[in-house]
Design a protein around this ligand. Structure first.
Ligand code: ADP
Ligand code: MG
Length: 301
């Protein structure tokens, strides 16, 4: 396999008693869009801060581009937005980007190209202070792209934006990815990860709950809908004979999520042997949303 752009191994971060990042490992390969998904406080920003060298790790390893360069050198090939975009309010978008180019030693010719990508060409001569929050975020993306980074890192890229702004930013992220730039984004929004990412790392209390492809996360589910004349009896039987994760009755149908592999035929045979004849049995794929909720609700202890 090709060298990973970023490889994180058994990373830990403790803030006193808070174990903010707990044994996180992740390999990032070229051309994919990775999401770090988790509720607030699950360790997403801390993980990004560590690999961007602004937060000190407690233990573990990470290496950029196969570890052939110093982190400081490697980070020159990384574009990142981990804080609210900050530009000079009385300067125009173009002037702000010129300043960034000057500081980083980048040719000014990149400015128009990147403004085009984030759809701010028409507004490039407007002062930054006149920008909407969505435009500010798009300008920050343009700025992070100026040096043609190999990977773009975004922390909660649509936070605080209005619905139209959210759609624009997501479209831009997808466009950037389609041009071959690898992306790593942190989000507490499942919907966002589902729409934008190919791979996802799900975190809860700093620990990995899932690491893999977004579409395989959905197919690993083991979720059934059942109905008979005696649903209560079924609920008792399932609870006593299988490892049930969650079970509930919705609109007269039992919805059950098992923690074990189970075929519909096996379940049906089991119930027939107990004298129960179903008038409804479906094995369903959980929506990613339900899957995410199931993942983040377990391991509460
Ligand atoms: P997320 O980005 O997923 O919302 P964070 O990485 O910001 O989560 O935070 C993870 C945990 O670490 C939280 O419990 C948070 O309160 C704690 N934390 C983050 N930064 C600090 C800090 N500088 N000092 C103390 N605790 C912190
Ligand atoms: Mg955060």
């Amino acid at each position: 396999m090709k060298t990973a752009i970023l490889s994180i191994k058994n990373l830990h971060k403790r803030y006193g008693k808070v174990h903010a990042v707990n044994n996180v490992s992740l390999d990032i390969h070229k051309g994919n869009v990775y999401g770090i998904l988790g509720p607030n406080g699950s360790g997403k920003s801390t993980t990004l801060g560590i690999v961007l060298n602004v937060v000190n790790k407690t233990s573990g390893e990470y290496s950029w581009f196969g570890g052939t360069q110093e982190t400081h050198q490697a980070l020159k090939k990384v574009g990142a937005i981990i804080e609210r975009p900050n530009f000079y309010p009385y300067m125009t978008a173009k002037e702000n980007l010129e300043l960034v180019c000057k500081i980083k030693g980048i040719n000014y010719s990149k400015i128009d190209e990147k403004l085009e990508i984030v759809e701010l060409t028409d507004r490039k001569d407007s002062k930054f202070k006149t920008y909407s929050l969505g435009m500010k975020q798009r300008l920050a993306i343009a700025s992070a792209l100026l040096n043609d980074p190999e990977i773009l890192i975004l922390d909660e890229p649509t936070n605080g934006l209005d619905p139209q702004g959210i759609i624009q930013v997501r479209d831009i992220i997808r466009f950037i990815a389609s041009q071959g730039t690898t992306i790593l984004l942190a989000s507490h929004l499942l919907d966002e990860v589902e729409k934008v990412c190919s791979h996802v790392l799900v975190l809860r209390f700093g620990e990995i709950l899932y690491n893999g492809k977004v579409d395989e996360m959905t197919s690993k589910s083991n979720y059934f809908e059942l109905q008979s004349d005696n649903n209560n009896l079924i609920i008792d039987l399932l609870k006593n004979n299988f490892t049930v994760d969650t079970i509930s009755e919705v609109d007269g149908k039992i919805e059950v999520y098992f923690n074990q592999e189970l075929e519909a035929s096996t379940l049906n045979r089991f119930l027939v042997e107990k004298g129960i004849y179903l008038n409804h049995l479906v094995k369903r794929k959980l929506s990613l949303e339900n899957q995410f909720l199931a993942l983040t609700n377990q391991n509460n202890s």
